[in-house]
Design a protein around this ligand. Structure first.
Ligand code: HEM
Length: 316
């Protein structure tokens, strides 16, 4: 097939997948901005993008784009090296116009991939993947702000992210205009214009990502995503649904003490079979109730305690 057998076909595949990834990264950056201006709305978006069929189709499409882009990148680099033979080691022969990033697209791509592995472990694996697997965990998978809290309260997270963003700037800036070149749009008037658009677009996106990482780090270290009153009201709704308590009549603190008290009573009854029998409840019913209340109590502990005191690992 032309897209795989010819060099220009392969470059076109790189350009098309690259363009889709630029659009994804731009959308993702705007979505993260919602977490700064309106954190509870960000959680609504995360819920919408959870394990619903349309979000799963989009995630699979995105994964396919990344995979095709990476395979073709390695393929094209190896092909170029073979064509140039030993010349690639002869640095003095490089044309002056060849930019540093164009020489290092593969290495920059590998740095971005390493960042993505860390990023997927911190977010996707604990959110969408948990929902797909149906595994019960302390943090509700749809509450993105709690995963921002977890990720950005680690000291190394902003460092890894900012290294990833810098690599993204060089990679995206070069890839952006060179994809137009691959598509044949490389005339003398348009090339400088495209380079300028690429530089502006990439810089705005990357600067926004850096600003977000800084704001998330400051907020997470102040436990903002655990303590903010509006967010707590939203978490209360999710917890109320889990235990079947209508939350409208309770403030967060009242809800917390009601749930904790009820859970303690259930546990006490489990140790008093006589009393439980008199009340007409079976041991099985009590165990089921406790299984519903315990994760909610763990989440309340997490929200009200300090990060070091609470273990938020999934309980599978
Ligand atoms: C401050 C920076 C960032 C934050 C806070 C952030 C946050 C998130 C969150 C909350 C999710 C959702 C996980 C889910 O619902 O399953 C996600 C997914 C994802 N992020 Fe990021 N992200 C950031 C930067 C980036 C960057 C720079 C890239 C790419 C270069 C990226 C690529 C992805 C990908 C590929 C997914 C998976 C999307 C899917 O499954 O459909 N993220 N991110």
């Amino acid at each position: 097939m032309w897209l795989t057998s010819s060099s220009i076909g392969r470059k076109l595949v790189m350009a098309i997948t690259g363009a889709c990834l630029v659009l994804f990264v731009t959308f993702h950056c705007l979505m993260n901005a919602v977490a700064i201006v309106y954190p509870s709305a960000y959680n609504v978006i995360c819920e919408f993008l959870g394990a619903n069929w349309y979000a799963l189709v989009a995630s699979l499409g995105l994964a396919a784009l990344f995979i095709v882009h990476i395979i073709y990148a390695v393929w094209l680099t190896l092909q170029n090296r073979k064509a140039r033979g030993n010349d690639r080691y002869n640095v003095s022969k490089k044309p002056a116009t060849v930019e540093w990033s164009s020489q290092n697209m593969l290495v920059l791509g590998i740095v971005i991939l390493a960042f993505l592995v860390v990023h997927m472990i911190q977010f996707w694996a604990k959110m969408q993947l948990q929902e797909i697997r149906g595994v019960e965990s302390v943090l509700p998978p749809s509450m993105g702000t709690l995963f921002i809290q977890e990720a950005f309260s680690c000291v190394w997270t902003p460092i890894v992210y900012i290294i990833g963003f810098i690599a993204l700037w060089f990679h995206m800036n070069h890839g952006f205009w060179s994809m137009f070149q691959s598509a044949g749009w490389n005339n003398i008037t348009w090339l400088p214009r495209l380079k300028s658009i690429a530089c502006w677009w990439t810089s705005i996106v990357v600067l926004l990502f850096i600003a977000q990482a800084i704001v998330f780090t400051v907020n997470a270290n102040n436990d903002f995503y655990k303590k903010d009153a509006t967010l707590r009201d939203q978490y209360k709704e999710v917890m109320g649904d889990a235990v079947g308590i209508p939350v409208d009549r309770f403030k967060y603190d009242e809800f917390s003490s009601t749930v904790r008290e009820h859970n303690s009573q259930l546990k006490a009854l489990l140790g008093e079979p006589q009393q439980a029998m008199q009340m007409g409840v079976t041991e099985e019913w009590l165990n089921n109730e406790i299984a519903r209340f315990e994760p909610v109590v763990s989440l309340l502990d997490y929200l009200e305690g300090t990060p070091a005191e609470t273990n938020v690992q999934p309980e599978n």
